[in-house]
Ligand binder design. Structure first.
Ligand code: ATP
Length: 428
């Protein structure tokens, strides 16, 4: 049976991943496969942080088991096959009790719990990555599929929970999360040292943001998550869990390895039929205006896409991406990836395919050795010998090469965003 929960936290505390570890721990059922950490549309205004929903398959384990987590010294086993499943209605009730006890009580927190004997069709997951889904749409699918569900508040969490059970796990990466660390966090220098060590392990990605000197494996201390290590190889992450436990600085009271859709670009629609609000898309066009800067350090230019001018924005936080964007010139051919909202495409990735040639007016010298002077519409005239010319000379201006892919610093990237390193172990 598949269970899913969403919307259990608020900016000041809790984390739905932690609540899922609690559910797995307390239910008297085995874990089948990896628990899933499913990122949904990153442009949804209701999200607390990274718009994550959580899912897990539970039942009576059969076949082979591997170790995917720890509660203190106890291993969490995950089975590759399932026998008996249990009663979804009863399990939904039990999960509701755990959520009620643990969720972050806040006016904008609206937990949703779904339990189903089958996976839902994947179109719902796809839609939940691309647009805003209404609660009624989720309820309709839940009714149609005969799922059991419970909710608190306005029940909005049911949307994410339904989407999590619809995830077909076509493209996957992993994240090892550690919780309940005893003692203080190491100082910044040490955190950076640890992040660099982990970043150098093949099979992991995005552990260190060198551009901003930030150890991304250590998230904000306001949540129960002490550390998070991403990777595309679960064998590497499982063996890392052993190593982390040996050292005081990285030892956690609880670990869990999640399968995720992070770093997969699952949300990106290539060349959509039209640009709609909240969509993340990738389009290829020609730069149509010089980039202009704003007071906040943000840059804007128009890109001609199928004859339509798309206002494109690169924000200051995007670091070297914004620097490359500033150097674009009209005529450059670019592939731009980003989220579209209210007429703006907010850039998350820039691929400069070709750079246009740029010319500048060169000083025109007469055969008598003097410089021609500009005499308005009629062109140029030599002040010494009076020779007249109807045109200016131009020379090719040399431009810094910016062809290739430009990305924001690691800590400014969207969870779902794919980039070299994140997909190596994926299916594309
Ligand atoms: P965290 O990552 O820390 O768990 P969060 O960023 O996932 O938090 P939530 O507190 O879960 O944020 O809030 C997101 C809310 O948005 C949930 O209620 C979820 O059901 C809803 N939601 C997610 N995707 C969509 C969508 N495509 N359309 C409408 N609502 C959505």
């Amino acid at each position: 049976m598949y269970i899913a929960i969403d919307d259990t936290d608020f900016p000041g505390g809790m984390c739905t991943t932690y609540l899922m570890t609690e559910v797995i721990h307390r239910l008297d059922l085995d874990l089948i496969g990896f628990p899933g950490l499913v990122r949904l549309n990153p442009n949804i205004p209701y999200k607390t942080r990274g718009n994550a929903a959580l899912t897990a398959r539970l039942g009576t384990g059969r076949g082979e088991a591997i170790d995917v987590g720890r509660y203190g010294s106890r291993k969490v086993l995950s089975w590759n096959d399932c026998g008996e499943t249990g009663d979804p209605e009863e399990v939904a009730g039990l999960v509701l009790e755990i959520v009620k006890e643990k969720y972050g009580k806040h006016p904008n927190t609206n937990p949703g719990i779904v339990v189903s004997s089958t996976r839902f069709p994947s179109w719902f997951y796809r839609e939940a990555l691309r647009r805003e889904i209404m609660l009624e749409e989720a309820m309709e699918l839940l009714e149609k599929e005969g799922a059991s569900y419970r909710y608190l508040g306005n029940g909005r969490g049911l949307i994410g929970a339904t989407a999590a059970i619809s995830w077909e796990q076509e493209r996957t990466t992993y994240e090892l999360l550690g919780y309940d660390h005893a003692g203080p966090r190491p100082d910044n220098g040490r955190m950076i040292g640890l992040a660099r060590e982990i970043d150098s392990i093949p099979g992991t990605f995005a552990s260190m943001d060198e551009e901003n000197q930030r150890a991304t494996i250590f998230p904000s201390p306001r949540t129960p998550v002490y550390l998070g290590i991403r990777g595309h190889d679960h064998v590497v992450l499982r063996s890392l869990m052993e190593t982390l436990q040996q050292h005081e600085e990285t030892r956690c009271g609880r670990y869990m390895l999640f399968v995720t859709n992070q770093g997969t670009d699952d949300n990106v629609v290539e060349e959509p039929e039209q640009l709609t609000d909240l969509l993340t898309c990738s389009i290829t066009g020609t730069v149509a205006s010089l980039p202009v800067g704003s007071d906040g350090g943000h840059w804007f230019c128009d890109v001609n896409w199928r004859g339509m001018l798309v206002r494109t924005a690169a924000y200051e936080e995007s670091g070297s991406l914004a620097s490359a964007f500033r150097m674009l010139r009209p005529g450059d051919m670019v592939q731009i990836t980003g989220s579209y909202n209210s007429g703006n495409l907010n850039l998350e990735k820039l691929n400069v395919i070709t750079q246009a040639e740029e010319y500048r007016r060169a000083p025109s010298i007469c055969s008598c050795g003097s410089f021609y002077r500009n005499v308005g519409k009629s062109g140029l005239k030599c002040p010494s010998c009076g020779d007249a010319r109807g045109y200016h000379s131009y020379t090719l201006r040399s431009r810094a090469r910016i062809t290739g892919i430009h990305l924001p610093p690691v800590s400014s990237r969207r969870h779902l965003s794919a980039y070299p390193g994140s997909r190596d172990g994926g299916n594309r």
